[in-house]
Design a protein around this ligand. Structure first.
Ligand code: ZN
Length: 278
């Protein structure tokens, strides 16, 4: 019997002790939580913020210094590029071949797949502008709209490429005119009768593409002056690569060249080996 009572007594005592230990563990944990919180959100928070601000200021300052240096360098470069751009433009002109340009009226048709039988035949109205390097012709065609079914369209060809002068070119015109060398195509106006279009044209012919044509005339002058003043050979010593067939490049990197088995660059025109200049 005594043994049993001893057991029960022990049980009660231990139960109390365990409770104490659990309480003390709770206290320790609560204390730790508060101290951790203080460290994280009070004591070190301000110090970390101050350091971050200091870091950000230094980074901003560095970036500002870079911007200033970049601006100075870019201005220096721009000054130097002036003469390079000038010569590249001269060479572009020298490479522009004089050639006959013809806008062949028979090349323009309604698409077969549309019902063209009911449509009025295409009516060409002569030139809006014509000289040896630029020709622009006027055309009246029937479009597919229910109202305003007649369109005044201009077609043009110029010896100058897009990087010298960019003419407006519209892909939305529903005519089959897929032939080489056309670099101007634009719808000028739609009206409900052909007479209206012709009246419009009578009044406004001088205004159509006026600014573009002015721009072209200036470029033409520059072109003719360039041909008088320079020859391609004048710039021979600037060519980075050249070929006996006449091909050359001012900048080797500007062109992806083929190479032969001895790793020599090949002329894209005649496949001969190019002469390189350092
Ligand atoms: Zn060649």
């Amino acid at each position: 019997m005594e043994q049993k009572q001893e057991l029960i007594k022990q049980y009660k005592e231990n139960e109390q002790e365990i409770k104490k230990i659990n309480n003390s563990l709770d206290e320790l944990r609560e204390k730790n939580r508060k101290e951790t919180y203080n460290l994280q959100y009070k004591i070190y928070y301000d110090r970390i913020r101050a350091l971050q601000d200091e870091r950000d200021k230094k980074i901003n300052e560095l970036n500002k210094q870079l911007k200033e240096k970049e601006n100075t360098k870019e201005q220096e470069r721009e000054k130097l590029e002036g003469v390079i751009i000038k010569i590249q433009r001269i060479i572009k002109f020298l490479k522009t071949k004089k050639k006959d340009i013809v806008i062949n009226e028979n090349d323009v048709k309604y698409y077969d797949r549309y019902n063209t039988k009911d449509k009025k035949p295409l009516e060409w109205l002569g030139y809006l502008y014509s000289d040896e390097f630029l020709k622009i012709k006027l055309l009246i065609a029937e479009n597919d709209k229910p109202k305003n079914k007649y369109s005044l369209i201009v077609y043009g060809k110029c010896i100058f490429t897009d990087d010298i002068i960019k003419f407006p070119y519209s892909y939305g015109i529903n005519l089959n005119d897929n032939y080489n060398g056309l670099n101007l195509k634009i719808l000028i106006k739609d009206t409900s009768t052909i007479e209206e279009l012709k009246k419009y044209l009578e009044k406004n012919k001088d205004k159509i593409l006026k600014e573009k044509i002015e721009e072209y005339k200036e470029i033409k002058k520059e072109y003719l002056n360039t041909l008088e003043d320079y020859k391609i050979e004048d710039f021979k010593e600037l060519f980075k690569v050249e070929c006996s067939c006449g091909f050359f490049l001012l900048n080797k990197n500007s062109y992806s060249l083929d190479y032969n088995n001895k790793n020599k660059p090949l002329c894209p025109k005649c496949k001969g080996v190019l002469k390189e200049r350092k």
